[in-house]
Design a protein. Structure first.
Lengths: 148, 148
DNA sequence: ACTAATTGGGACTGTATAGGTACTATTTAG
DNA sequence: CTAAATAGTACCTATACAGTCCCAATTAGT
């Protein structure tokens, strides 16, 4: 894998939508309609994002959700870890008997380096970036489109 | 998640072990013993790595596996994609009805940028690096250890 | 005060996939 | 000819992902 879960994908879509109108209050229903994602799922995600303090909520009639911070101040890494926990490639497996493997722990230390590189990559992109039609760093060569 | 699967973790351990003695031929049994991972699982991984042409095999008595290339020439990205397919964070979800979402595709294009950053990070580390006790870039602050 | 709208927080379920197992065929050294 | 090892395939199982449902708490409007 090393692929991000569908829920996380949706969550970034949600956050990106909110980032386009930072002051506005969106209800779960509005967001579900806007994104074409089933309402219960949207509601679930919003709850998680709220608990991670990336959103603030207003209850009652006319209530809804808003970004808790400026779009610039929220990174993709924040969203990812809100949905699927801390970003770490390896969860130092608690092998019964400890790290019996010869130099395995050294190897794992190296994993952490990689892990950190990935985290840095995710932290480098903010919601403000995502809200733009395209990132300024994108060369706009047809990199995503692959002929079949 | 964004965490690597256990199998991939094992695979890198295997490859790292082989990278320490590039000329030597290891049987699946030897590797399983050395790493403390169940034999059938090791065998399965070795087959996948063989098909990805990262290993060469010798059949029959006294046979086993060896690296197909120099440790320097094999990256962690190679190992990861051999086990879990191409490294891509989002698999442009084929939503029924296409990308109905307003500017979703723009958002996904941005995902590809991130995806690429991650891939680059993985490609930057070779088996030779992993075989070292520690990467030269590791600050060796106690970064992984978290008090509970 | 009452009603409708909306968030808050669980519990519950089906399904996909990761992880592991088993069996058989093929190859080769001695 | 036998033993040791890889090669390939098919299968099982537990976990967790993705999605759904329900009910309590809160608030605006009438």
């Amino acid at each position: 894998m090393l692929r991000i879960s569908k829920l996380t994908d949706y969550a970034t879509l949600l956050m990106t939508r909110l980032a386009r109108e930072p002051g506005r209050c969106f209800s779960a229903t509005q967001l579900a309609d806007a994104l074409g994602v089933p309402l219960p799922t949207v509601a679930k995600l919003l709850k998680r994002l709220l608990q991670a303090e990336l959103l603030v909520s207003v209850r009652g009639t006319g209530g809804g959700y808003m970004l808790a911070h400026a779009p610039r101040a929220i990174s993709v890494a924040d969203v990812v870890s809100a949905i699927e926990g801390p970003v770490a490639l390896t969860e130092c497996v608690h092998v019964p008997g400890g790290c019996v493997l010869e130099a395995a722990c050294a190897t794992r230390a190296n994993w952490h380096v990689i892990s950190r590189a990935v985290r840095t990559a995710l932290e480098g992109v903010s919601l403000a970036d995502m809200a733009l039609p395209r990132l300024r760093t994108v060369p706009l060569q047809r990199m995503a489109v692959k002929e079949k």
